[in-house]
Design a protein around this ligand. Structure first.
Ligand code: ASP
Length: 477
């Protein structure tokens, strides 16, 4: 069925065409029935009258919102004075000559007109396929696709290769809990869903790929909130033979080009050299008391974008609950001394004695007060890496068991490398001026981590549990 977009009907004045779509609304005016027909591209007015044919005219009177129809008719220019400037098809209407009802619809549980913010989120999520019929949400998905396509095209031109990495894998530490997947074949053993492709992308550098990226799904079992979801998407990238400057300038070039191409109406606040400002962690904390300050000049202007890079984070923070040093970014980040030196012997000494003063070759990427990404230059020296794991309280046996594969890989000629992973969801949220990331994800979880449409998470049946060798211990509430 070769379907024509409704938006293209404006180019067919004087011609008979077939249109397919959903009834957005129907109005009866004496002998005339006006139907607004909607598809992904636009809404267009169709006029039915007794001259359309008696059966067609009667069927038109039966139409209800969200019925799916095929309309055949003549494209006519609307008379002056009847032109609707607010919609792209406002200067035409379709004089109906045929109507086929392809599917009827129950009355939707909530109004699909308008932007829908006022509708309870639970019901919107339960009927997400209806909620997504709203032009606002469709636009968010279309823009998200354009942004991702821009990233892909840009990076491909710069010789990056997109590589998919496994989803059922081994734990990789990013500071959250893992989602575990029980193995049927090896009862009592579990895969972990990746908190990020961190280890795989570094192993691709060991493999000699040199420039990798991926539109990667990450899974973190932490409490959900407005700008967090159990699964989310990152533009994950990694490069070999680079320092901080290479990663930051590539990120800057990519993001500024994307905004200037896809959002030319936005004003980007840059520093006096026309660059994304960079500020150290110490300065940002002193000046703003936050490591993700909103540095827009006018916070009431939703079309202003203020990007910021934060550099020189501390390498470790003390965890009072665990009584150990935790990596501020992740343990694969390269440490440096407070004077910026990367002298191996000195770093090894400090790691043993008192790691508190070490800095990290880490950077965070902030936009309008949202952390939209982070990355680092990595440790490629296996001795330093092992020492970082030790400083974080891992016993030699644990290091072998958790990270032995990385240390082994790093003993076969690993290039110096680094990368970054800006999040896609938060970026689209800010660009589309949405209040939370659920508005820019097709099928998000609710604020409390449930999928109300698919009823997930849900119990597993006895047979599945038995196969997996799993017994459920009921918790007292
Ligand atoms: N894997 C890191 C993260 O998800 C990003 C990076 O270091 O490249 O935050």
């Amino acid at each position: 069925m070769a379907k024509m977009w409704i938006k293209d009907a404006v180019d067919k004045i004087g011609q008979e065409i077939d249109l397919y779509g959903w009834v957005d609304s129907r109005r009866d005016h004496g002998k005339l029935v006006f139907v607004d027909l909607r598809d992904r591209s636009a809404i267009c007015q169709v006029v039915f009258s007794p001259a359309s044919g008696e059966k067609i005219y009667q069927d038109a009177q039966k139409l209800r919102s969200e019925w799916v129809v095929k309309v055949s008719g003549l494209v006519k220019e609307r008379p002056q004075g009847m032109i609707n400037d607010k919609i792209p098809t406002g200067k035409i209407e379709i004089e109906a000559k045929g109507l086929e009802i392809l599917n009827e619809s129950k009355t939707p549980p909530f109004d699909l007109a308008g932007d829908g913010y006022e509708v309870s989120e639970d019901i919107r999520m339960q009927y997400r396929y209806l909620d997504l019929r709203r032009p606002r949400l469709k636009k968010n998905l279309v823009q998200r696709n354009r942004i991702i396509k821009f990233f892909r095209d840009f990076l491909e031109k710069k010789d990056f290769v997109e590589v998919e990495t496994p989803i059922i894998t081994k734990s990789t530490p990013e500071g959250a809990r893992d989602y575990l997947v029980p193995s049927r074949v090896y009862p009592g053993n579990f895969y972990a869903l990746p908190q990020s492709p961190q280890q795989y992308k570094q192993l691709l550098m060991v493999a000699g790929l040199e420039k990798y990226f991926q539109i990667a799904r990450c899974f973190r079992d932490e409490d959900t909130r407005g700008d967090r979801q159990p699964e989310f998407t990152q533009l994950d990238l990694e490069m070999s033979f680079v320092g901080e400057e290479d990663i930051l300038s590539l990120t800057e070039e990519l993001y500024l080009a994307m905004v200037r191409t896809l959002y030319p109406q936005k004003q980007i606040t840059l520093d006096e050299n026309g660059k994304i400002p960079r500020i150290t962690y110490q300065e940002v904390m002193e000046k703003y008391g936050s490591d993700k300050p909103d540095i827009r000049k006018d916070k009431n202007n939703p079309d202003e974008l203020a990007f910021l890079f934060i550099v020189d984070f501390p390498m470790f923070e003390w965890s009072e609950t665990e009584k150990r040093w935790d990596a501020v970014h992740h343990p694969f980040t390269a440490p440096k001394l407070s004077d910026g030196s990367t002298d191996k012997q000195k770093i090894l000494e400090v790691l043993k004695k008192d790691p508190s003063g070490l800095l990290a070759r880490q950077y965070d990427f902030v936009l309008n007060g949202c952390e939209i990404g982070g990355g680092s230059i990595r440790t490629h020296d296996p001795d330093i890496l092992a020492s970082v794991f030790e400083a974080m309280g891992n016993q030699p046996e644990e290091i072998k068991e958790k990270f032995g594969h990385m240390l082994e890989a790093f003993s076969y000629g690993v290039p110096p490398h680094g990368g970054i992973a800006p999040g896609i969801d938060r970026l689209v949220m800010v660009l589309e001026i949405e209040p939370n990331i659920r508005e820019v994800i097709a099928f998000p979880k609710t604020g409390d981590g449930r999928d109300l449409m698919m009823h997930s998470p849900g119990p597993a049946d006895e047979k599945q549990l038995k196969e997996l060798g799993i017994q459920i211990i009921k918790k007292d509430k």
